[in-house]
Design a protein around this ligand. Structure first.
Ligand code: NDP
Length: 251
């Protein structure tokens, strides 16, 4: 499909995009590609050093003159006052946000529900879905200030069929798709669009540490970027309420 090829240069210029989990894996690569195509960035992560490295890498490559703000936040401890502070910091540099990529997630433990740690279950929900709710709630006014805002959430193959022994992660990804559908309905008559990306099997820290003996072919993070770029660009303004499955779209 042509629209999932790498697009012409700079088609995200004048856009400001916030990425969670920007310090590694898919979020890091998406941040690099968004900058490569001209977007200003707000990078969220729990490790300031790693975020600074991503920022330096992007600025060293000198793609374009893009502005990059980094914000250290552990999504495990996110709360309303941290969100208010984030909004205040963003407003010092940017009048609005054009896009949010909710990308950060944790996998939790590998255990059947009967043995699943309730602390880890709560942590997975805090990072994977509660933070998505809070950030969306507080950032929506900034998104609504922009024209054609795009909110992307991150789903997974585990939603196709409940994944045994990954109960918290799987349930949080079902909740992610549910959240996307609700937000899509709430903004149906606005220019804001809300979609999920299911990245498929991608070679990242999360994948390698959790599925060590996996034999199936894995995407490199850059291979799935056309979908991440498409959904942040004005090419996708008519798309909302959908799940974009990279395994089906990228051949
Ligand atoms: P990685 O583990 O490689 O990266 C996750 C990112 O989220 C890192 O930047 C990590 O920060 C950050 N993060 C984790 N916990 C927190 C926290 N408490 N606060 C702030 N940031 C945090 O994962 P992937 O890149 O593989 O995954 C990205 C998304 O894609 C996830 O939503 C995942 O569920 C989804 N996905 C991935 C698949 C795959 O095959 N890789 C398959 C299906 C879905 P730090 O650098 O500090 O660790």
């Amino acid at each position: 499909m042509n629209k999932y090829c790498f697009p012409k240069k700079k088609f995200l210029s004048k856009k400001t995009i916030l990425v969670t989990g920007a310090s590694d894996g898919i979020g890091k690569t998406a941040s690099i590609y968004y900058a490569k195509y001209g977007a200003n960035l707000i990078l969220l992560g729990r490790n300031l050093n790693k975020l600074q490295q991503v920022k330096s890498h992007i600025l060293e490559k000198c793609f374009f003159r893009v502005e990059i703000q980094i914000f250290e936040i552990d999504l495990l401890n996110i709360n309303e006052s941290k969100c208010l502070h984030l909004v205040k910091v963003i407003k010092n540099s940017f009048p609005y946000i054009n896009g949010i990529l909710h990308n950060a997630s944790i996998l939790g433990e590998n255990n059947p529900i009967i043995n699943y740690s309730s602390v880890i279950w709560q942590n997975v929900f805090k990072v994977n879905i509660y933070s998505v709710f809070l950030l969306t709630k507080f950032l929506l006014p900034l998104i609504l200030e922009s024209v054609n805002g795009s909110i992307i959430l991150t789903s997974s193959n585990v939603v196709k069929k409940g994944k045994a022994n990954l109960g918290a992660y799987t349930t949080s990804k079902f909740a992610t798709e549910g959240f996307m559908k609700v937000l899509h309905e709430e903004y149906r008559n606005s220019s804001v669009r809300v979609n999920c990306i299911n990245p498929g099997r991608v070679r990242t820290k999360m994948r390698i540490t959790s599925f060590q003996n996996e034999k199936k072919k894995l995407f490199l993070t850059r291979e799935i970027m056309p979908v991440y770029l498409y959904l942040m660009s004005d090419e996708s303004i008519k798309d909302s309420g959908k799940v974009f499955n990279c395994q089906e779209l990228i051949k």
